[in-house]
Design a protein around this ligand. Structure first.
Ligand code: CP
Length: 307
């Protein structure tokens, strides 16, 4: 089986079969990560360029590890140590890298749509590793993989995404993916951090956290993205903590099987307390582990591999 698209630019419009295929492939690759020798020759001869125009720990490391685990050749690029510093455009940068016979390009960029633009300029397959506040498809896939491992299926799960929805590419990709797999999605945060017309994406909207959390199976807590907030959208961080920080007290009536997720990096004590982030409901580090398996699956399937 193969994916319908040559690129992975987002989860908007990706059908159920393709999402299931990526999750099934990731599940089969996860076993490799538990072996003493964590390497298979699946991508031998394939070259991947990792272009990170924005900072990253989890996404960049997990793509690089995924490439190593599959025996791909890879090169990594940071904006500050490249000719972008000398004024080279995104298109020129990538066309030059492609001229060195690269098969796959992984890109993180602060501009929404940058991966889509690249996909029109180059022959290589493009994977979006996060574009502005638009999409972060591999993050949503690893979130869904983590939930599928715990619950078996996402059908009917009530997932509440809390926090800075307006600036969150993680929220957008999760909404598309979770809806496609039959979960029920709600978003909750201050009105100033909830995009207008978000209901049109098929979510319920809450401003009061306690109302949103009623009956939740999963709480996906988002980072407050101070770097993308250009105006004072919050009265104060202290006020945000008072209303939206996920604390043990707030979870007093939670379901026994509740799951707490966070894509990272965490502002501890702002979005979520230490106790909850490291507590029994948390799957935050499982998400990180699954990130490698999901990125192995995306690279493998887009390089023409099939299962
Ligand atoms: N979740 C996520 O994208 O983390 P990084 O910014 O560290 O890659």
């Amino acid at each position: 089986m193969a994916l319908k698209s040559k690129h992975l630019l987002g989860l908007e419009g990706v059908n159920r079969e393709d999402i299931q295929l990526m999750l099934d492939t990731a599940a089969s690759f996860k076993e490799i990560l538990e072996r003493p020798i964590k390497i298979v020759p699946a991508l031998r001869g394939i070259t991947v360029a990792n272009l990170f125009f924005e900072p990253s720990t989890r996404t960049r490391f997990s793509f690089e590890l995924a490439e190593k685990r599959l025996s791909a050749d890879s090169v990594s690029f940071s904006k500050d140590s490249s000719s972008v510093r000398k004024g080279e455009t995104l298109k020129d940068t990538v066309r030059n890298i492609e001229a060195m016979r690269v098969d796959l390009v992984v890109i993180r960029h602060s501009a929404a749509g940058a991966p889509h633009f690249l996909a029109r300029c180059v022959d290589a397959s493009v994977i979006n590793a996060g574009d502005g506040a638009h999409e972060h498809p591999t993050q949503a896939l690893l979130d869904m993989m983590t939930l599928r491992e715990k619950y078996g299926s996402l059908e009917g799960l009530r997932v509440v995404i809390v926090g800075d929805i307006a600036h969150s590419r993680v929220a957008r990709s999760n909404i598309w993916g979770l809806n496609t797999l039959g979960a029920s999605v709600a978003v909750c945060g201050p009105k100033t951090l909830i995009p207008l017309d978000v209901e049109q994406l098929g979510v319920d909207v809450y401003v009061h956290l306690d109302d949103a959390l009623e009956g939740a199976d999963v709480i996906n807590v988002l980072r407050l993205q101070f770097e993308r907030q250009t105006q004072g959208l919050l009265p104060s961080v202290r006020e945000y903590i008072r209303q939206y920080c996920i604390t043990t007290e707030r979870l007093a009536d939670a379901k026994e099987n509740l799951t707490i997720m966070h894509p990272g990096p965490i502002n501890r004590g702002v979005e979520i307390t230490q106790e909850v982030a490291d507590g029994p409901y948390s799957v935050i580090l499982d998400q990180v582990t699954n990130g490698v398996a999901v990125r192995m699956a995306a690279l493998f399937l887009l390089s023409g591999g099939g299962v």
